[in-house]
Design a protein around this ligand. Structure first.
Ligand code: NAD
Ligand code: DAU
Length: 349
């Protein structure tokens, strides 16, 4: 690890940014976006490479002279202090992110999502970081009835151990702003989809199962509603927040695209030329949130950001990506993954 203020090409970067969780789904897509949009920024990409972290998500990025990868844990003060040398901006994606796993056991969720955020906040404050973006989730608001939208002032009412751990981290961020005027900004985004998403989440799980002519497990009646946003749109929102967001603020991010799970599943079935007999209705997720829908008018109005990727097009592009990259997900769907699948769904695949 080098605390140097220079790039590998020996020029001074415009900004140095620490991206935690950089080998995960959204973090890796964000690194790809930064390399395109900010060629003069130096990226310190930190990730402890849990089951969800995958260096294959960053393959072409790691060769770039502006990227420095550190295998490290955000709960380790020494590691993060070293990674923060001369850093201007932190974006904290590192987390345990899967609701079902948090229901099976939430120790790792409290450790990374709460303690890890606290360790990172303390180290970033000591390093005089100018902007700290905490990547949170719309799940901290809990579940909506059939009407209405989450706004930034909706009460926090998390229902899963995962969302409770994310809400705890949000409140720590709020406290660090109020107490120390530390320039934290929290984003709360809806459900992302796109390339490099670990195949435990609905879209990559269903697409890869169907490609292999396997069944897809729909929880309960399948009428739960989620607001889907392409990961690239989420990443452009984060960049807008870095550049134009106000410290201490919260910004909701969404796709203006809420729809029932079954509607989405039928779109995937149709594109892959499969029938509804591929659906297997399975026991519902305990505490399953019925509906999420995000009002993102604040970020649209104040930061002039809006989602750009049409859902039907983004979804087919995403399905094509999984069809074209079987080696990426076939390497994941082995070993520990199969044990998880058996534990979660009670069947082997
Ligand atoms: P992911 O599970 O794909 O990636 C998480 C990454 O964090 C992995 O690479 C993992 O190795 C790393 N990590 C875990 N614990 C770590 C630790 N202690 N130290 C360092 N690295 C660690 O998750 P994702 O879907 O990319 O989500 C990223 C962030 O965005 C999370 O904070 C999540 O809560 C939030 N979020 C996700 C979505 C979504 O739909 N996926 C929506 C809104 C918000
Ligand atoms: O809303 C943002 C959140 O979106 C993020 O904070 C989380 O990190 C991310 O995992 C996601 O949470 P969800 O629980 O909404 O995503 P998931 O893909 O697990 O499930 C989407 C919906 O599909 C949800 O209603 C549960 C349902 N589902 C999921 C799986 C894995 C099924 O019906 N069957 C399944 O096998």
């Amino acid at each position: 690890m080098s605390p140097s203020t220079k790039n590998k090409n020996n020029t001074k970067p415009e900004k140095r940014i620490l991206v935690t969780g950089a080998a995960g789904f959204i973090g890796s897509n964000f690194v790809h976006l930064l390399l395109n949009e900010k060629p003069n920024w130096h990226i310190v990409a930190l990730d402890s490479l849990t089951y969800a972290g995958n260096l294959a998500n960053l393959t072409d990025c790691l060769e770039n002279q502006n990227v420095e990868f550190i295998k490290g844990d955000i709960c380790d003060p020494q590691t993060v202090t070293q990674a923060l040398a001369n850093v201007d901006i932190v974006v904290n994606f590192a987390a345990e992110s899967h609701v079902d796993r948090s229901i099976l056991g939430c120790q790792d969720f409290i450790r990374t999502n709460v303690t890890g955020t606290q360790v990172l906040l303390d180290a970033a404050r000591a390093a005089n970081v100018k902007r700290f973006i905490q990547i949170s989730t719309d799940e901290v608001y809990g579940s909506l009835g059939p009407e209405g939208y989450f706004t930034e002032t909706s009460p926090l009412a998390p229902n899963s151990p995962y969302s409770a751990s994310k809400a705890a981290a949000d409140l720590l961020c709020r406290a660090y702003f109020k107490t120390y005027q530390f320039p934290v900004i929290v984003t709360r985004c809806s459900n992302n989809y796109g390339p490099y998403q670990f195949p435990e989440k609905l879209i990559p799980l269903f697409v890869t199962n169907l490609i292999e002519n396997k069944k897809v497990p729909v929880y309960g009646d399948g009428l739960q509603v989620r607001d889907w946003i392409h990961v690239n749109d989420h990443c452009t929102a984060i960049l807008a927040v870095i550049e134009k967001g106000a410290p201490g603020e919260i910004y909701n991010v969404g796709g203006n695209n809420d729809r029932p799970n079954l509607e989405l599943v039928k779109m995937i079935l149709e594109y892959l030329d499969k029938s509804e007999s591929s659906i297997e209705y399975v026991t519902d997720r305990p505490g399953h949130d019925r509906r999420y829908a995000v009002d993102c008018s604040k970020i649209e109005r104040e930061l002039r950001w809006e989602p750009n990727i049409d859902f039907a097009e983004g979804l087919t592009r995403t399905i094509d990506w999984y069809k074209e990259n079987p080696q990426w997900w076939q390497q994941i769907k082995t070993g520990q993954y199969l044990k998880y699948y058996q534990q979660q769904y009670g069947v082997t695949i």
